[in-house]
Design a protein around this ligand. Structure first.
Ligand code: SAM
Ligand code: SF4
Length: 476
């Protein structure tokens, strides 16, 4: 296969597009895969090393059943070895669906006259956040269409509003953002409001497909979008999330694109993306795409396992776009965050219980996992996972928490797991019905019994007791 010495030697330059389709296809078409090679590559990842583009292509090109099973098994092992049993929970909150773009796949596209356009006014936003806090949520991602009204100051103001809402013992402790690209000053403005992660998905790394599905609006500009998170870094936001919308183009190319994007960040900023997302296209009002690249369940689970192995230190986010069965399988591959109790209808969280049917004209697309936060909590606890609402790293200035979990020996034992148990206890005390409470405390006892008896265990037990006595927001 062709070698690209110039790309290996010369560091990527900021603000320059870094995707070369020929390079990505060359890796896919000309990398040979064999059972032995697949095993070697998995072993490298299990020894906690980043995989190269070529090694990732070995996994992509493995199609025999045995190798695919080994890739999935490798992802499961990596998760057990490195990340333990915690799953961080969050909820998306749609702030406004005005949009000037025409993305063929999205229900919020400007040309969709059937969609009801809503921007939450301050009091509506407060009502939504209260409703979310009343179910036990502590981490939100705010989502916006792309529109002049949703400029940096607007986004920053909504973030400040959300942090200010307190309902009973509830509060939002971390606000992430999924919004359109900004300029450097805009990113600075948003950073100053105290956001966690700024997430922007490239949708597709394949420029011709990008042009085909982004019919008009600012988003048509591939270069402006692909360099967005470089501007964020320039503005001091080093906590960024990347993603591709699977189903627009060949999934193998998109996986290589995500990897190339990751390499770019590592080379230029010395820090990889905080999270990688892999949304898969779902039915949307007036969905209008070429369906030939839709990703099957088996390719989807395989590609998530490959991402886990290729970039073992990033957080992987799985959303309620996927049905419960797929979510349950993929959770075992080292997904670190999922949403729970999701409602992507604008204003949907504060609606009365008898009025919660999904309304496709208020949504961007349809979700497939409609379980409540408590149902997700029970499911996780029942399967031995520890649901976590931890925000300690962000609040103590320990940025890049997923990287630290991965790279700092003992970090999970010392910080992540205890903080998961503490935030879960808050949930059990303040929001859980009796059955969940019983299940939750049983799990906490099991986890405590498994911790060695040392001074640290005592401190954890003290904090857990203090939470039961009414103190809140305790963490390591
Ligand atoms: N408007 C901003 C943008 O486009 O980046 C931010 C929010 S957009 C509402 C969030 C993400 O939803 C998009 O980046 C896209 O990947 C995803 N999305 C859009 N339509 C979808 C669909 N039909 N199925 C699944 N995900 C979809
Ligand atoms: Fe607008 Fe984002 Fe939907 Fe595109 S994906 S139409 S930019 S909301």
């Amino acid at each position: 296969m062709k070698f690209y010495p110039e790309k290996l030697k010369i560091k990527d330059q900021r603000m320059k597009p870094f995707i070369d389709p020929e390079e990505l296809w060359d890796y896919i078409h000309n990398t040979r895969s064999s059972k032995e090679r697949v095993r070697e590559v998995i072993a490298k990842s299990l020894a906690k090393n980043r995989l190269t583009m070529e090694e990732t292509a070995v996994l992509i090109n493995a199609t025999d059943e045995e190798s695919v099973e080994e890739i999935k098994q490798g992802a499961r092992l990596l998760k057990e070895k490195v990340y333990g049993q915690r799953i961080v929970l969050f909820a998306p909150l749609y702030v406004g669906n005005l949009c000037i773009n025409n993305c063929a796949y999205c229900g919020f596209k400007a040309s969709n006259t059937k969609v009801t356009r809503v921007t939450l006014e301050k009091e509506d936003l407060i009502a939504q956040v209260k409703a979310l806090e009343d179910t036990g949520q502590k981490r939100l991602i705010l989502v916006y269409g792309e529109h002049p009204r949703y400029n940096a100051e607007f986004i920053a103001e909504t973030v400040r509003t959300v942090y200010g809402v307190k309902s009973g013992r509830g509060e939002i402790r971390r606000v992430n953002i999924n919004a359109a690209p900004l300029d450097i000053d805009g990113f600075r403005t948003v950073k100053s409001s105290g956001i966690g992660t700024y997430q922007i998905f490239q949708e597709t790394y394949h420029e011709p497909t990008y042009a085909k599905v982004h019919l008009s609006g600012v988003k048509r500009n591939y270069e402006w979008r692909i360099t967005a998170l470089d501007r964020a870094q320039e503005a001091g936001i080093d906590d960024v999330g990347i993603g591709a919308l699977f189903g627009l183009y060949d999934w193998r190319f998109e996986v290589m694109g995500l990897l190339r994007h990751t390499n770019h960040f590592e080379a230029v900023y010395n820090v990889g993306p905080h999270t990688i997302s892999f949304p898969r296209i779902q039915f949307a009002s007036q969905l209008d795409i070429d369906k030939s690249h839709l990703v099957s369940d088996s390719d989807f689970t395989k590609l998530v396992a490959i991402l886990r192995l290729s970039v073992p230190y990033t957080g992987l986010i799985l959303t309620a776009r996927e049905p419960a069965t797929i979510r349950d399988e993929i959770l075992q591959f080292g997904v670190s965050q999922i949403d729970g109790g999701t409602n992507i209808e604008l204003g949907g969280y504060a609606k009365k219980k008898d009025n919660v049917n999904q309304d496709i004209d208020l949504e961007q697309f349809q979700i497939n996992d409609n379980r409540s936060l408590n149902e997700i909590m029970e499911e996780l606890i029942g399967n031995g996972f520890i649901p976590s609402f931890c925000t300690a790293c962000y609040r103590l200035g320990r940025t890049g928490e997923h990287f630290m979990e991965f790279s700092v020996p003992g970090f999970i034992k010392r910080y992540c797991q205890p903080n998961a148990l503490l935030t879960m206890t808050e949930y059990l005390e303040d929001y859980a019905p009796p059955r969940t409470k019983e299940m939750g405390y049983k799990l906490i006892k099991e986890k405590l019994d498994a911790i060695e008896n040392d001074g640290f265990k005592e401190k954890l037990i003290e904090k857990l007791e203090a939470l039961k006595q009414g103190q809140r927001d305790l963490y390591f």
